[in-house]
Ligand binder design. Structure first.
Ligand SMILES: Cc1cc2nc3c(=O)[nH]c(=O)nc-3n(C[C@H](O)[C@H](O)[C@H](O)COP(=O)(O)OP(=O)(O)OC[C@H]3O[C@@H](n4cnc5c(N)ncnc54)[C@H](O)[C@@H]3O)c2cc1C
Length: 521
């Protein structure tokens, strides 16, 4: 059995989806063909039909995206001529075309959605049609663009450590994976630098316990006592510090926007179609009760294979799909509401506990600061700080406590939060940070899981053709490769193959079992 057939058949299980895909494709293919040919075509399955469309009647129809992009890549050498990049990867003409039907649709084209698209397509470029719906093609509000791009290995959960290990490996080889033809992807500007988690009386024991698990899983990190910390980091005030856990490998930060451009560019090259539009609703179909399909509370079982997209021109278009993946970050809860998740009895009784929470990043200058060897410092208070290039520039932030949570209806920055909650900690902790001069700041949304702050990954128990990959809080950009691989396996292999992420599934929300990461920023 060919790769295409093997992958497409399971996706098209739903008879009505299969028939509609076939009909839609046939309509296009047959526009200038006789009735007789139409009859012949109706006997084929989708894969055969696509092959035929490519080779005979209208090669440009299927290959248009490829051809267009191919010539653009060659023409302007996008990975080298970086000023042309945005045009090259998000062409207006292509992104305004809304397909009538696709095998897989991904909602949200940020780093998670684009990684999912890339992993699916690199596994079977010709196996299925895939489109990504993105409402903000310039990614002005996406968390990916506003992230600090930090990558670390030091986590407390087995899954997070293993996911980070995979991501580190992916980042090391990203040029190989994400090159397009002979052209290298944009530089993700990885800056190797260990995270230094400081432990006081309250959290030292936990840090040691997590360090043990990390070491068992192959993480290269060391624990220093206060004296060793002073020797290694002479600018550090250790008066209340007992230990510090310092990452020696695979930690640092990178440019998340460049990684997004690279993942998106490669996914498009492999045949993913990005649509500029906003998902505004799902069309849920309720079959006649006489068909006897009832759900777990004896109500007619609802099925969802259609969604409505509002285009940039304000038009409403319907897309039929076999499988959908929600990767809409801080906006994912809106999709849950569209599907009445959290509003009815039975499997839809539990809401998706994800909400947007505003997080600030402050840029400051301290010419007398520690400089190039400054680690990614994480204070026991939750304040974190890292270098930003050279020249005495630093970035800092802190996740607020519940009672400090700012209004999330806008992305305005509260500068007083730096003066109140961050600067005093830094000034006390680091020699040279006595007079930080604020030079800029921004805010972005964490997709915050109010249940246990861990992601929700996997299919919903009611709509089992709709997968979710959301709730990554402050860790999504570094986890993106591992999440892309995980969703790809769930869809194409029907199970996790490389790394079991079952604990991050919906089930824990139903049985009220938290899976909580302790080392959260
Ligand atoms: C200030 C800050 C610092 C961070 N620092 C780090 C860090 O150091 N390391 C780290 O790993 N992570 C960090 N993160 C977290 C990381 O940025 C996110 O976890 C990650 O970007 C999530 O990616 P995503 O693709 O799920 O979400 P996003 O990048 O937000 O993408 C979701 C996309 O969905 C689209 N969308 C939403 N609704 C719809 C709709 N109805 N129709 C169509 N499209 C829709 C949005 O336009 C958006 O582009 C940080 C986040 C913030 C805010």
């Amino acid at each position: 059995m060919s790769v295409c057939v093997r992958f497409v058949r399971p996706l098209l299980d739903a008879r009505q989806t299969h028939t509609a895909l076939l009909a839609a494709a046939t309509r296009r293919f047959c526009s200038d063909h006789s009735v007789k040919q139409r009859d012949e075509i109706m006997k084929m399955d989708c894969v055969e039909l696509r092959e035929k469309m490519k080779s005979e009647s209208n090669p440009n129809f299927v290959m248009k995206g490829y051809k267009y992009r191919y010539s653009k890549f060659v023409e302007i050498e996008p990975w080298r001529a970086r000023k042309h990049l945005p045009e090259a990867v998000s062409d207006d003409h292509m992104r305004n075309i809304v397909p009538e039907a696709v095998d897989i649709v991904v909602i949200g084209g940020g780093i998670i959605g684009s990684s999912i698209a890339y992993f699916l397509k690199q596994r079977a470029p010709e196996g299925f049609s895939l489109c990504v719906v993105e409402k903000d093609p310039e990614y002005t509000h996406a968390a990916t663009s506003l992230s600090l791009g930090g990558m670390r290995q030091q986590f407390s959960l087995y899954e997070n450590i293993r996911m980070s290990t995979f991501s580190a490996d992916f980042f090391r080889n990203y040029r190989h994976y994400l090159s397009v033809l002979d052209y290298e992807p944009p530089d993700i500007e990885f800056q190797p630098q260990g995270y230094l988690f400081l432990g006081n009386e309250r959290n030292s024991e936990d840090l040691l316990m997590h360090h043990q698990l990390q070491t068992e899983l192959g993480v290269f990190a060391e624990v220093y006592n206060a004296q060793e910390l002073n020797t290694r980091f002479p600018w550090l005030n250790t008066e209340d510090i007992i230990i510090g856990a310092y990452g020696l490998q695979n930690e640092g930060w990178f440019n998340p926007r460049n990684l997004l451009i690279a993942l998106k560019g490669k996914a498009e090259f492999l045949g993913t179609h990005y649509v500029a539009g906003e998902l505004v609703d799902f069309n849920v179909r309720q079959p006649l009760p006489s068909l006897g399909k009832l759900d777990e509370v004896d109500q007619p079982l609802e099925e969802c294979n259609h969604l409505i997209v509002k285009t940039a021109k304000g038009e409403l278009k319907q897309i039929q799909f076999a499988i959908a993946v929600i990767a809409a970050g801080a906006w994912s809860q809106e999709m849950a509401e569209m599907l009445r998740i959290g509003e009815t009895d039975g499997y839809r009784s539990v809401p998706l506990p994800i909400e947007p929470r505003k997080r600030y990043v402050y840029a400051f200058n301290c010419i007398d600061g520690p400089g190039i060897n400054f680690p990614y410092l994480v204070d026991p208070s939750g304040v974190f700080c890292r270098r930003d290039g050279l020249g005495g520039n630093y970035l800092a932030g802190k996740s607020p406590s519940e009672d400090e949570e700012p209004d999330s209806s806008n992305l305005e920055v509260d500068y007083s939060y730096f003066d109140k909650a961050i600067q005093p900690v830094l000034t006390r902790r680091v020699k040279g940070f006595e007079k930080p001069k604020i030079v800029g700041a921004w805010a972005g949304y964490y997709d915050y899981n109010t249940f246990d702050q861990s992601p929700v990954i996997g299919a919903h128990p009611y709509y089992n053709n709709i997968y979710w990959a959301t709730g990554f809080g402050g860790n999504g950009v570094q986890m993106a490769p591992a999440v892309g691989r995980a969703i790809m396996e769930l869809i194409l292999d029907h199970e996790y193959v490389s790394l079991d992420l079952t604990r991050f599934g919906w089930k824990r929300l139903f049985i009220n079992e938290e899976v909580r990461e302790s080392l959260i920023l």
